[in-house]
Design a protein around this ligand. Structure first.
Ligand SMILES: Nc1ncnc2c1ncn2[C@@H]1O[C@H](COP(=O)(O)OP(=O)(O)OP(=O)(O)O)[C@@H](O)[C@H]1O
Ligand SMILES: [Mg+2]
Length: 274
């Protein structure tokens, strides 16, 4: 079966690793062969998926900084690239064609990208086959700005072979925040593929070193990841989003600034009270 690459992107701290690990678990629990690749120099992308399992160097690696791997929840394979790529010790392609990885023959490779995507986003090199980008965001303006930059990247030649897997609206504290992301998505014609509430269970699962699907299998959040996994397996529609221009984004932000401040202060534009 052909491999599908799922690239998880977004501003730092929005929940990319949380999304990547729980989506990996949801796919693996349905019997898919899943490889989660972490690019974080602290090897933290896979920590909840591999639970207590130690990372060990890929066997037979000749370079100095071997990528590390471990078996994770529901048979998912975890791979941490650490600094191997930055130091030029390896390319993604060397790693994905390594006998241990090729022998596992993943159906889904999830790439938990690290760092800021703004302006300079690049797909991990060496991706061959179908790739789909999931844009993770909270309702914060800087996270949405980063998503708008990702949407602009979709109009470049570098994105020609990449499909859009939708927005993962994460860490939302209630209806107001859902309305902000949903309005941004409708302005940019973007599909929201998952809505994940802010949940203390995410911190609990971090403390337990488990995915949410293990520590809180019947929680709302776990169901959101299972639903996302199902829609990806079905091969969701991938209409391309349309980024807002700088001016349109700035007036959109102004509009939401006004709405939030009116709700907070009870004073609407023009000095009227509500
Ligand atoms: N839905 C949520 N509810 C509550 N906390 C969350 C949620 N999603 C993520 N978090 C918390 O937010 C923090 C950042 O999440 P995470 O590490 O997944 O972000 P990231 O985008 O991978 O960050 P980085 O860019 O640094 O790699 C973590 O402490 C995580 O537990
Ligand atoms: Mg991360």
């Amino acid at each position: 079966m052909a491999v599908e690459h799922l690239v998880i992107a977004g501003k730092s701290g929005v929940g990319k690793s949380t999304t990547a690990a729980n989506l990996s678990a949801a796919l693996a629990e349905t019997g898919k062969r899943v490889l989660l690749v972490g690019y974080d120099s602290h090897w933290s992308s896979t920590s909840v998926l591999r639970g207590g399992n130690d990372l060990i160097p890929l066997p037979g690696w000749l370079g100095e900084e071997a990528p590390l791997y471990a078996l994770g929840h529901a048979g998912a394979l975890c791979l941490e690239l650490g600094t191997a790529l930055k130091s030029g010790a390896a390319t993604e392609n060397d790693i994905l064609t390594h006998p241990l990885i090729a022998g596992y023959d993943p159906e889904y490779v999830l790439h938990d990208t690290a760092g800021e995507p703004a302006g300079s986003f690049k797909l991990p090199a060496g991706i061959e086959g179908l790739s789909r980008l999931l844009a993770v965001t909270s309702a914060d303006m800087c996270a949405l700005q980063a998503v708008n930059d990702l949407f602009a990247w979709f109009n470049t030649i570098a994105a020609a072979e990449c499909r859009f897997g939708g927005v993962v609206a994460n860490n939302l504290s209630g209806p107001l925040y859902e309305a902000i992301v949903s309005d941004f998505a409708s302005q940019t014609a973007a599909v929201i593929s998952a809505t994940v509430p802010r949940s203390i269970m995410v911190s609990v699962s971090d403390f337990y070193s488990q995915t949410l699907l293990q520590s809180a299998p019947f929680s709302h959040v776990s169901f959101a990841y299972r639903k996302l996994a199902r829609s990806l397996v079905r091969g969701m529609e991938s209409r391309r989003p349309r980024p807002l221009s700088r001016e349109a984004l700035s007036s959109w932000a102004q509009k939401w600034g006004d709405i939030i401040s009116e709700l907070e202060t009870g004073v609407v534009n023009g000095g009227l009270g509500i």
